[in-house]
Design a protein. Sequence first.
Length: 349
Amino acid sequence: MYALLRPLLFLLSPERAHGFTFRLLEAVRRVPVLLKLIGVRSPPPQAATEVMGLRFPSPVGLAAGMDKDAKYIGAMRAIGFGFVEVGTLTPLAQPGNDRPRLFRLKADRALINRMGFNNGGVRSAVERLRKREQGIIVGGNIGKNKNTPNASAIDDYMACFTALYPVVDYFVVNVSSPNTPGLRALQEKEPLQALLSALRSRVPLPAATNDPPPKPILLKIAPDLSDGELDDIVSVVKESGIQGVVATNTTISRQGLRTPRSEVDAMGAGGVSGAPVRQRSTEVVKYLRERLPKPFVIIGVGGIDSVGAAIEKLEAGADLVQLYTGLVYEGPALIARINNSFATWKSLR
């Protein structure tokens, strides 16, 4: 069904197609026969997995950037996701970068985006999350406003963390988007250590044995880091006491693309997601797992557009996987295929 719908969606601009698709899923999610027509299936019970002390109905999640404002959690549960990462959220609402800011590289099964943390602000998201459906894990991806200098970035992250703490299950600290000026400088060891330590200090400690455990904190990193920089990430993760890493965000590299260079250059700046980042993302997952043994958590994201790509991330050491661009090119049926294959893969291990 999605194979028939995709050419029509691709007649729209990527950002309009994104909005239309999510509104359509929200409209049909209560009609089981329509969901089945697009290949949607509930995760099999065998796909459930426990990570970070949380029970995920399936290991397949929606990556941050698609449901920025926590509007479609019910629809994402309906199409088989085990978890949704909302955001990136910032303290204040901001429009993001000028349009057009999202582009398809169809020959590469990829996207270029320079959205720029467009969102309605953390308070609006919190109000929606207070009323969210249960039965799905929700992560809060947090960042800083564009106009906040890096010297004051901790204040922005702390504001989002405090506001979201009662309504999400885990956090992801985003310091790796290429679309907010200067943000990636926060991946450097000293400012990163200060940021993560500050957030950890804000985590409420259980007052009694029956109180819920602290909410896990993960760090989202870029695929463009050198081995030395990844070593610094490993040190900071261990020293700060956070639970793990989301690997990876989009890449600023344009190497190896099939789309003509003139077309890519005309699209301008932004991060590349999809098939071109698959190999590097898997390399980063493997490198980190060798240095961050369990119970440190790794969520693998980047170029997952097939069962094979998902299993590749799991074999490299990921505990969970997330989809973004693969969903654009393959549609919701991809989620069911990975869920079913994960259940089989897990039983053979």
